[in-house]
Design a protein around this ligand. Structure first.
Ligand code: URP
Ligand code: ZN
Ligand code: ZN
Length: 463
């Protein structure tokens, strides 16, 4: 299997130049100005197009038992949607219930992905209980190559950990050299506010944001950073949505805390007015932390542009509007706390980030690649990913900047009955997407091998 990509404008996190790229089997073997097509090679003419390294989504939920239901995509549909949108690797949150054993949970999540994912994948191992037995299993999972844990400071009574458990998880992570990703919201404050609002009859989707305001997230970030500081562990704050939360993380960095910062695409495009839409429409935009006021969105773009925010993921968590989001509908007793949290976006991240970031001059092309690919490859130890260079995996996105369209649930590959970005205009889309040398998507359609994806672990990819 060999592939030659001619005349593309190659953009990485550090370089911008025009050249041909030759891939043999799974790897980029030559990059130079004019490569003659070797016999039998498939040739893509990328004149007028960008060639980006395959994009990496550091935060997705594919299999997610949550709030009394299950997220809608499986690894087949989720990976196809990822590829159509230019994402060639995702890192899924493995989220066991507190009563589940970590080793069994990992087996379950991995079994669901294995043979079903069309793109490469890895996991952040959720630590939702910490005791002697859990610790032993976590040690074992790290010895098998997992490079990150996930903790929830939110979701009291479900995935959330106590401070004692948080402390022990971070101590273990420090010892094992594992980075700990964290959902940072003060769970007790959220629970108190939710109870107050519901008791006062404030039950529509618009109350979701007010029940977990900016301060609740900022406190969560500060709290997590304090624990990082006292253990010396490395941390990564997932889905930061607002200025005070990001500033608390930056203040911690300035004290020497090793913490990195993620935001996710819904916060960059959607604001709190969406969650205030009438007739329960706002439920489509309920996620946690919530979508925020416009001023925070502007801040997030600036923080991406100047490198204060490291990555843009999706937090893809698809729940149907009919049959799932409507668990909190007036016809079923009206309660925003029953609306499954999450917005589907694995398919749209790159197109939206390009359209509303690069085309609006909010971020440049190299930053676009850094935050959507390269930085995640480095942080989560994914050798071969996140760059275009000889010897790297041939994960490539040939991107047509002239394409114009509007997002619609009618045409999406994600297995969910609505789009949180319905009618939103996009400029540009991937015209070909390769996973380790094989073309997996073309012009918005999956065209590849459904079982091509492989699990990326430190053991499988020694650096
Ligand atoms: O609303 C969200 N974010 N749903 C998925 C679970 C999580 O907190 O990441
Ligand atoms: Zn979360
Ligand atoms: Zn999440």
């Amino acid at each position: 299997m060999s592939l030659l990509i001619k005349n593309g404008r190659i953009i990485t996190a550090t370089k911008d130049y025009t050249a041909d790229i030759y891939c043999e089997d799974e790897t980029i073997t030559q990059i130079s100005p004019n490569i003659d097509p070797p016999a039998g090679a498939e040739v893509i003419d990328a004149t007028g197009k960008y060639v980006f390294p395959g994009f990496i989504d550091p935060h997705v939920h594919i299999y997610l038992p949550f709030m009394g239901t299950y997220s809608k995509d499986d690894h087949a549909s989720g990976s196809r949607a990822a590829l159509v949108g230019g994402t060639t690797t995702f890192i899924e949150m493995c989220c066991p219930a507190r009563s589940e054993e970590p080793a069994e949970a990992f087996e379950l999540w991995n079994r669901k992905a294995e043979g079903n994912s069309a793109c490469d994948y890895s996991f952040h191992m959720g630590v939702t209980r910490y005791d002697e037995s859990a610790e032993k299993q976590l040690r074992d999972l790290v010895s098998k190559g997992l490079t990150s844990f996930k903790v929830f400071l939110a979701y009291k009574g479900a995935f959330g950990v106590t401070d004692d458990e948080l402390y022990n998880t971070l101590k273990l992570a420090k010892e094992l050299g594992v980075i700990v990703t964290a959902h940072c919201e003060n769970a007790d404050l959220v629970a108190a506010k939710q109870a107050e609002f519901v008791a006062e009859g404030k039950v529509g989707p618009e109350w979701h944001e007010r029940s977990r305001p900016v301060t609740v997230e900022a406190e969560g970030v500060h709290h997590f950073c304090t624990f990082l500081e006292s253990t010396g562990a490395a941390g990564y704050i997932v889905h930061t949505s607002n200025r005070p939360a990001v500033e608390n993380a930056i203040a911690a960095q300035q004290r020497g805390v090793d913490v990195k910062i993620e935001t996710v695409i819904p916060y960059l495009v959607i604001d709190d007015t969406y969650a205030q839409k009438p007739d329960f429409e706002g439920a489509k935009y309920v996620m946690s932390p919530p979508v925020r006021a416009k001023e925070h969105q502007e801040f997030l773009w600036q923080a991406l542009a100047d490198g204060r925010i490291d990555t843009v993921g999706t937090d893809h968590a698809p729940f149907d509007f009919v049959g799932q989001k409507d668990m909190g509908h007036p016809a079923r007793g009206s309660d925003f706390t029953k609306i499954p949290n999450g917005i589907p976006s694995i398919e749209e991240r790159i197109k939206l980030l390009y359209t509303y970031g690069v085309c609006e001059n909010k971020i440049d092309l190299k930053t676009f690649v850094a935050v959507a690919s390269t930085n995640s490859a480095k942080l989560f130890n994914l050798p071969g990913k996140g760059d275009i260079a000889e010897g790297m995996d041939a994960d490539l996105v040939i991107f047509d900047p002239d394409y114009r369209d509007k997002i619609s649930a009618e045409t999406q590959a994600m297995n969910v009955d609505y789009s949180g970005f319905e009618g939103v205009a996009i400029k540009g889309r991937p015209s070909a997407v390769t996973v380790r040398g094989k073309i997996q998507a073309r012009d918005g359609k999956f065209v590849g091998d459904q079982s091509r994806g492989k699990l990326l672990t430190r053991a499988a990819n020694p650096s």
